[in-house]
Design a protein around this ligand. Structure first.
Ligand SMILES: [Zn+2]
Ligand SMILES: [Zn+2]
Length: 342
């Protein structure tokens, strides 16, 4: 089969590799759509991932497709089923899983290699995070389940409720999905970003107003005005992964607010937190990482509801050969996400 193999920095090649051989509990899925994402871009620019991916390696982690083969011991799944799988699954057995903190699972396994004609799903993912796609939902939309599940996890951790004023900072695919996830809970959502075309997508996904930071000299003061009676925001969610923006997010919060620091910053970086602000204003600062099986299911249900036009996030569709072009478009911020069709 054909697959994208990452060799190093900005070096990905489409190669012929052997079809995976299934072991007990595993399923082989023919990939219909594999969207690119910000993590893929980082992996491509850096030539790997410190924990997950050492080149040469298969990569890509978002997809939907059709089951092409199942291991002998599989009875719940059949060849031809339209499916989406999360890129990970917890063990349901460890200290954190017993506390329902599945994203902290000590036995969390990840699966990569969606930029390929087919992908083998490990038994743990087949067991806990493989879902059937409703027949009326296009696979292209179902393929957004994993990133949307991360957003739903973040929004649940932020305890977003009806009427809350929420500021999302960051106009990448994740920031835009966070807007929809908050709007879906009845919040008044504001989006801050740097690109007009993406801010316009934010409006389509439920933002009440947007702020372009390039055009806003007094940024924090301007953003704080969107809070109830100008006090600052009830909830702020940061989705850029830059330490300076984490600090901006904290500065926009009203007393008693929750600030969710969603975007992962480069390793070893730190932020400064004003102790007086944190203490006297009783701020809650939350880190969130990845998703949980429950949010994977909720994400697929939200996509299937068609309440939001999530298809606007997929700027373009390209064949597997064009993956390097797709990643270059992401780097140059010409595309939010590209749907790779192997
Ligand atoms: Zn992703
Ligand atoms: Zn676990």
């Amino acid at each position: 089969m054909r697959a994208a193999v990452l060799y190093g920095q900005e070096d990905v090649r489409i190669e012929e590799i052997p079809e995976p051989i299934l072991r007990a509990g595993e399923v082989l899925v023919r990939v219909a759509v594999a969207p690119t994402c910000g993590t893929d871009l980082k992996v491509w620019l850096r030539g790997g991932h410190a924990r997950m991916l050492k080149p040469p390696t298969l990569f890509g982690h978002e997809f939907a497709g059709v089951i092409a083969a199942v291991a002998d011991d599989i009875s719940l799944w059949q060849v031809g089923d339209r499916v989406v799988a999360n890129n990970s699954a917890p063990c349901f057995n460890c200290f954190y899983c017993r506390k329902q903190r599945f994203s902290l699972c000590e036995g969390l396994i990840f699966n990569n290699g969606t930029f390929a004609e087919s992908i083998r799903l490990p038994a743990q993912i087949v067991k806990h995070n493989l879902l059937k796609v409703p027949s009326e939902l296009p696979l292209t939309l179902a393929a957004l389940t994993e990133p949307l599940a991360c957003c739903l996890h973040g929004v649940a951790a932020s305890d977003v409720g009806r009427g809350d004023t929420v500021l999302v900072i960051g106009d990448g695919a994740i920031g835009l999905m966070l807007v929809a996830a908050c709007a879906d809970r009845g919040a008044q959502v504001f989006l801050c970003g740097g690109q007009e075309s993406r801010l316009a997508l934010g409006t389509r996904l439920g933002a009440m107003a947007t702020v372009n930071y390039h055009r806003t000299p007094e940024l924090v003061q301007t953003l704080r005005k969107h809070g109830s009676d100008g006090r600052g925001l009830d909830i702020v969610i940061e989705a850029t992964g830059q330490p300076s923006v984490w600090e901006t997010a904290i500065a926009c919060a009203r007393p008693g607010a929750t600030v969710t620091l969603f975007g992962g910053c480069p390793r070893g970086t730190q932020v400064a937190v004003d102790t007086e602000n944190l203490h006297y204003n009783e701020l809650t600062l939350k880190g969130v990482f990845h998703n949980t099986p429950q949010h994977v299911r909720e994400a697929l249900a939200l996509l299937a509801s068609r309440r939001f036009p999530f298809e606007v996030l997929l700027t373009e569709a390209l064949p597997l050969d064009k993956l390097p072009d797709a990643l270059a478009q992401m780097r140059d911020r010409q595309a939010v996400k590209v749907a790779i069709r192997p």
